[in-house]
Ligand binder design. Structure first.
Ligand SMILES: Nc1ncnc2c1ncn2[C@@H]1O[C@H](COP(=O)(O)OP(=O)(O)OP(=O)(O)O)[C@@H](O)[C@H]1O
Ligand SMILES: [Mg+2]
Length: 283
């Protein structure tokens, strides 16, 4: 149900890649001011879901309304206008290799505002300070660590002071202290500026620290959703296995349940000697 506080409405979202429905009839809302954590096993479709929410991927069917507008039907120029109101931290960081750290963070300000170079410099300085990267302004992405790239990506996502932030694995690759710093920043922005956040996370400590609500995805659907307490106390064995990181349980290793079914009839290939496999075309 959509209310005045609804900022995103996802309805009956389906996304197929070939025959496989990675997202299979997903519906949920995001409300203003909440921090929604999306979790689920690797490859279950979390990044794909985020891409649909920011309009960079079109669904096979279904609807995504953001700020009251249908983003799935928009032309690129309209999507760009909506994107000015949101920040996106990509799972890979997605920094431009040819630009320095401060130029990467400045990019949205240069592209989308008429601020003076001095103003931009001040904003960039503040954002880098927020993520603990003062002093690294002049380095290129190749010269910083994976965790630092993540934090530059976050500083860039926050450059335009978005009212809505999407973060894909913001704390993966960060040490526990830096994870806590990034979590605190998310909490501070959520509480201080009423920013809404949609965060994909595998990191359960971080997820339970920042979430006001959680959704767990699995085999194309929403397996569970609720407040952190409801998820913690869920009687669903898949949820318990995931949040406690147990190797044994209903969630199959690597393969989704659908893929698992598909593979049951596949007989293992007879072993072929490496010489035969790799050199059989040799004259
Ligand atoms: N453009 C694409 N073309 C074909 N298949 C795709 C494409 N994008 C994603 N997929 C497939 O969709 C599935 C979900 O991918 P996605 O990146 O959304 O997973 P994820 O939940 O974010 O995983 P992780 O936790 O490892 O980041 C994967 O099986 C992936 O191979
Ligand atoms: Mg992903």
């Amino acid at each position: 149900m959509s209310t005045d506080s609804t900022i995103i409405e996802v309805n009956n979202l389906v996304r197929r890649f070939g025959d496989r429905a990675v997202l299979d009839d997903i519906s949920f809302n995001v409300h203003r001011g909440e921090t929604l954590v999306i979790m689920g096993g690797s490859g279950c479709g979390k990044s794909t879901l985020l891409r649909h929410m920011i309009g960079s991927m079109k669904p096979t069917s279904g609807s995504v309304r953001i700020f009251g507008e249908e983003i799935t039907a928009m032309k690129e120029r309209q999507v760009e206008r909506v994107r000015l109101r949101l920040g996106m931290l990509f799972q890979s960081g997605a920094l431009l290799a040819s630009l320095t750290v401060d130029e990467n963070v400045a990019l949205p300000l240069v592209q989308h505002t008429k601020k003076s170079p001095d103003e931009i410099e001040q904003i960039v300085k503040r954002k880098l300070e927020m993520v603990g990267l003062t002093g690294f302004e002049d380095l290129k992405p190749d010269e910083i660590s994976g965790g630092m790239k993540k934090r530059v990506g976050l500083a860039r996502a926050l450059a335009l002071d978005p009212e809505l932030l999407f973060s894909d694995e913001p704390t993966s690759g960060l040490d526990p202290i830096m994870t806590a710093v990034v979590d605190q920043l998310t909490l501070k922005l959520a509480q201080g500026t009423h920013m809404t956040a949609v965060v994909v996370s595998h990191d359960m400590t971080s997820a339970f620290r920042i979430a006001t609500r959680m959704i767990m995805l699995g085999h194309g659907s929403i397996v569970a959703q609720g407040t952190p307490d409801e998820i913690r106390n869920s009687s669903n064995p898949e949820v318990q296995q995931f949040i406690h990181g147990e190797p044994d349980g209903p969630i199959p290793l690597n393969l989704s349940q659908e893929e698992h079914k598909d593979h049951q009839h596949v007989r293992p290939r007879p072993f072929l000697g490496a010489r035969f496999r790799f050199h059989h075309k040799r004259p």
